[in-house]
Design a protein around this ligand. Structure first.
Ligand SMILES: [Zn+2]
Length: 399
């Protein structure tokens, strides 16, 4: 039996322009969009089609969380959970899958998971990879692209369940190991033990990037400080994660090289909340608040520089690997607007721009013949990004 649903008389915001389209009907049949028409000029509706009265809601593409950590829960003690047992990390990922769907997020780009023995398939690799494999094709679960584990230099943050490398030869071996394990792309950690010293040279990183590219995989670089970001961009990575210290020069280079910035400003917004909801000194203490405020201001300036230079910006929450949660991508869209993007541009960052980063042409796109990966929200996200919090219905959810 075919299942068909028409979403009748909604508005549409697809992140392609600042203009909301009103009075739109969308017919979904067998999980795909059969047609999109003005409501007063609908095409044929098959008998037995479910009618959803969508008036008053806005149809938006299923979003893409460009920076997520499915195996970890987030919260003010996010780092402690890196050491959760693999069983617990699988359970956390199940919860995160539900949070993502409920928030209208269709895709999760997992940019790092602890290594460990998967309790279900028994393989020792990044815990995210078995999760991705088992979720593939399952109703209600996000589409996942996963980087495997973090490749980092000893003394920086990722710690004992990531992949430690001192030099270029090790980097290339780590790239091969992650890809052999089934990683979709590579995550290099370009913050070193010293904040203002890149952990590896341009040449060392370039050889690793070339090795990944030769196997058809993209490479991204965690970078919260300028020196590491410079090295990563010069070495040819495809994207920078966080990018809290990008200056105008580096932004121009990124634009010229088509290096994407994945923003994670919402982490700072969540820290501001912890200043009153916790007694943890780094959030609640005067010095901590001041330092976080300065970092946040720098990060906003980086986004502005990148945006001005024409760099592709993609939204990430950093849920799990940072303090945010899996259902908070709308927060990042709001933060991008606060940093200076127009609301439609910030929606683009959360939708089709993310699809470009993933190399998935259907991701974040609403179009005839494409998957019915859209959500219905209340309000106009093209003037009020907060509308993305008010998710009413998810077209890809069963039932
Ligand atoms: Zn992260």
């Amino acid at each position: 039996m075919t299942t068909a649903t028409v979403y009748r008389d909604g508005a549409v915001a697809d992140g392609r322009s600042a203009q909301l389209r009103l009075g739109v009907s969308v017919l979904v049949a067998d999980g795909r969009i059969a047609w999109i028409r003005p409501t007063d000029d609908e095409d044929q509706i098959p008998p037995g089609t479910e009618i959803v009265d969508a008036i008053g809601s806005t149809i938006v593409p299923g979003m893409i969380d460009g920076h997520s950590h499915l195996t970890l829960p987030g919260g003010a003690r996010w780092r402690d959970h890196m050491n959760d047992a693999p069983e617990r990390q699988l359970a956390t990922a199940e919860h995160n899958a539900r949070l993502l769907a409920s928030a209208g997020v269709r895709w999760a780009r997992d940019v790092g998971a602890p290594m460990g023995i998967d309790p279900i398939d028994g393989r020792e690799r990044a815990i995210s990879l078995g999760i991705r494999d088992r979720w593939r094709g399952r109703d209600g679960y996000p589409y996942v692209r996963a980087a495997g584990s973090w490749v980092f230099r000893a003394g920086s943050i990722p710690g004992p369940r990531a992949v430690e490398c001192e030099d270029g030869a090790c980097l290339v071996a780590a790239v091969d190991r992650q890809l052999d394990d089934g990683a979709d792309f590579i995550k290099l950690y370009l913050d070193g033990p010293e904040p203002n010293v890149a952990p590896w040279s341009v040449d060392e990183v370039r050889v690793a990037v070339d090795a990944a590219h030769a196997r058809g995989a993209r490479v991204t670089a965690h970078s919260t400080h300028l020196p590491g970001a410079r090295v990563a961009v010069a070495a040819g990575v495809d994207s920078i994660e966080h990018g809290f210290e990008i200056d105008a020069d580096l932004a121009a280079t990124m634009a010229a090289r088509d290096t994407t910035l994945v923003s994670t400003l919402s982490v700072f917004a969540s820290w501001r909340g912890f200043a009153t909801t916790t007694t943890i000194e780094r959030f609640a203490g005067a010095d901590g608040r001041r330092a976080a405020g300065e970092r946040e201001e720098g990060a906003r300036a980086s986004v502005r520089a990148a945006h001005k230079a024409g760099v592709r910006i993609v939204t990430g929450t950093d849920f799990g690997g940072g303090s945010t949660r899996a259902n908070q991508l709308a927060w990042e869209v709001e933060c991008l607007v606060e940093a200076g993007l127009e609301p439609w541009q910030a929606l683009a960052s959360a939708t089709w721009r993310g699809g470009e980063l993933l190399g998935e042409p259907d991701a974040g796109v609403i179009g005839e013949g494409g998957p019915a990966d859209f959500a219905l929200v209340h309000g106009d996200p093209l003037s009020d990004p907060g509308a993305l919090w008010r998710v009413w219905r998810i077209a890809w959810e069963p039932g």
